[in-house]
Design a protein around this ligand. Structure first.
Ligand code: FMN
Length: 236
């Protein structure tokens, strides 16, 4: 795809102006828009195209109340008309996901030999992550990229989101009906809706502190590394 300067400008503006919003208006998200946003999230890349993540869309009152409880009463999941729960599927690599290979084969995206070898290749690749206990981490990567796509798409559509780490996993799993699944994990909660507040950009560390050339550490010394995901006024 060729990108034009106006398209680049729009993408840049959308990415730069997105903020994490903690207060929401109660207006529901139109179902067609919600579906479009979820579809865009599913366009995110994933390791081996395994898509080791799912999205649970929670809009009903009991589910939202349970999620609010699971986040120790933080305002955003209580106020937002929708909360998306990004679920990481750490067993994806060992499951039968023939539909994936079939789609890539039928659409002509993957040559037949590549598609045919994929299930075995995936299992072989995962031998090492599995030995090191990294299956969950690999699935969380897929889930987080999908969530990032959704955050950008939602902002472009005039909606707000707020990624959340502050929750009790056991409670969230209970709220979405997967208490009995050891192969499913919560990657992220993402309240979604019309913003009821504006937030200023909290800033980013200077590029000279966070971008390295060729090897890590080629930045000026003396910079204090600090935790940046907790800001004043944020309920964790
Ligand atoms: C993985 C992750 C977890 C987060 N968890 C929370 C949270 O539990 N509660 C909250 O209010 N904000 C949470 N945030 C939002 C961050 O505080 C916010 O992204 C950061 O301050 C930068 O602000 P910005 O998103 O507006 O650029 C989280 C962000 C990320 C990426």
């Amino acid at each position: 795809m060729k990108s034009s300067p106006p398209e680049r400008a729009v993408v840049s503006r959308v990415i730069r102006s997105r903020r994490s919003i903690r207060h929401y208006r109660p207006d529901p998200v139109p179902p067609a828009l919600l579906q479009e946003l979820v579809d865009l999230a599913l366009e995110a890349p994933s390791s081996f195209n395994l898509q080791a993540r799912s999205i649970v869309v929670v809009t009903d009152e009991p589910g939202r109340a349970a999620l609010a409880e699971a986040t120790s009463g933080q305002p955003h999941p209580r106020e937002a008309p929708v909360t998306l729960v990004f679920v990481a599927e750490s067993g994806a690599w060992s499951e039968d996901r023939d539909d994936i290979w079939e789609r890539a084969r039928c659409g002509g995206a993957w040559p037949e030999p590549f598609a045919a070898a994929s299930p075995a290749d995936v299992r072989a690749f995962y031998t090492d992550p599995r030995r090191r206990g990294l299956e969950r981490e690999y699935a969380v990567k897929d889930a987080m990229i999908a969530a990032s796509f959704l955050m950008i798409a939602a902002h472009a559509a005039g909606l707000a989101t707020s990624p959340m780490n502050g929750w009790d996993e056991t409670e969230v799993k209970k709220a979405i009906g997967i208490s009995d699944r050891d192969d499913l994990h919560i990657a992220l909660l993402l309240p979604l809706g019309r913003p009821a507040e504006t937030r200023l950009h909290p800033g980013r560390r200077d590029r000279s502190l966070t971008v390295h050339r060729e090897t890590y550490g080629s930045t000026p010394h003396g910079a204090r590394a600090g935790r940046r995901d907790q800001v004043p006024g944020e309920a964790k």
